[in-house]
Design a protein. Structure first.
Length: 166
């Protein structure tokens, strides 16, 4: 994403231009397609600032949908940005069962050191909430597995969430 596009998106986020102006200046018809295209581009060039802007834009417009699930999941495995919690919250809003395995993986896998930045397990707890919101049989099974994990904080959180689902 070039600097002009970043500026235009920032103008919209700062409520200086309307959605119609945004659309006209960025020359897109489908916001969903535009977001998908930009996420792919951002992954290729590893632009953390552009990722943060696109995530804010999508959140403001409630624009992510199931077609964005895979790329958002892929972004969670990358360590060049810090937008993990925003991405997890986006996945929670999308509520797509396809994200369950990634969210579960992030909770139980100790190899994701870029996600383990505090002792509160914030990222992992958000993953548990996202899994719970999906609420499918697979999601409930994953929550049961987490509730029996060796990590007491995450085990208790999963058990609490499961209790609230019943």
């Amino acid at each position: 994403m070039n600097e002009k596009e970043k500026h235009i998106i920032t103008e919209f986020l700062d409520i200086k231009i309307s959605f119609e102006e945004l659309k006209h200046k960025l020359l897109f018809n489908s916001l969903g397609d535009f977001l998908q295209e930009k996420l792919i581009e951002i992954m290729q060039i590893k632009d953390a600032k552009a990722l943060a802007l696109i995530l804010r834009l999508a959140k403001r417009l409630k624009a992510f949908n199931n077609s964005h699930t895979k790329i958002l999941c892929d972004l969670l495995y990358l360590d060049w940005h810090q937008d993990y919690e925003s991405i997890i919250k986006s996945l929670q809003e999308i509520n797509d069962p396809i994200s369950i395995s990634t969210l579960y993986d992030l909770v139980i896998n100790e190899n994701f050191h870029h996600l383990k930045y505090d002792d509160t397990y914030s990222v992992e707890r958000n993953c548990i909430h996202a899994i719970a919101k999906i609420g499918t049989e697979e999601a409930i099974n994953k929550l049961h597995l987490i509730s029996h994990s060796n990590n007491q904080v995450l085990s208790l959180k999963a058990a609490e969430v499961l209790k609230n689902l019943v």
